[in-house]
Design a protein around this ligand. Structure first.
Ligand code: FES
Length: 108
């Protein structure tokens, strides 16, 4: 595991995504119940960005493109379970959010 600096913790807000790119991977971050959540900024339906989605207080959101519903936790799709968005492990260090994207786009 290699954690890379991604965003400042202070820049994250509940209810919306904050975008970042780490090792060529487009990511979006948010807070849910005080936990940092990191998803790939790519809807598993057609690969379009999800960062403009509004996140509900229950931790779900709809993709802004075709309205598929997802859960932040695990990136699971409530509309069609086969469409799961990739999630990434995070940790906090000195007010910054670090994320493990493996080898990035080179490693996929
Ligand atoms: S691209 Fe997200 S639902 Fe179609």
């Amino acid at each position: 595991m290699t954690f890379q600096r991604a965003v400042k913790l202070a820049d994250l807000k509940s209810g919306r995504f904050t975008k970042a790119e780490v090792l060529g991977v487009d990511l979006c971050f948010t807070l849910c119940d005080g936990e940092v959540i990191c998803l790939e900024n790519s809807c598993s339906h057609m690969g379009l960005p999800i960062d403009r989605a509004e996140i509900r207080p229950d931790g779900s959101f709809e993709c802004p493109w075709h309205g598929f519903a997802f859960k932040l936790e695990g990136g699971f799709c409530k509309t069609y379970p086969v469409y799961k968005i990739k999630t990434f492990e995070t940790k906090i260090d000195g007010g910054e959010v670090l994320v493990d994207v493996g080898e990035g786009v080179q490693g996929d």
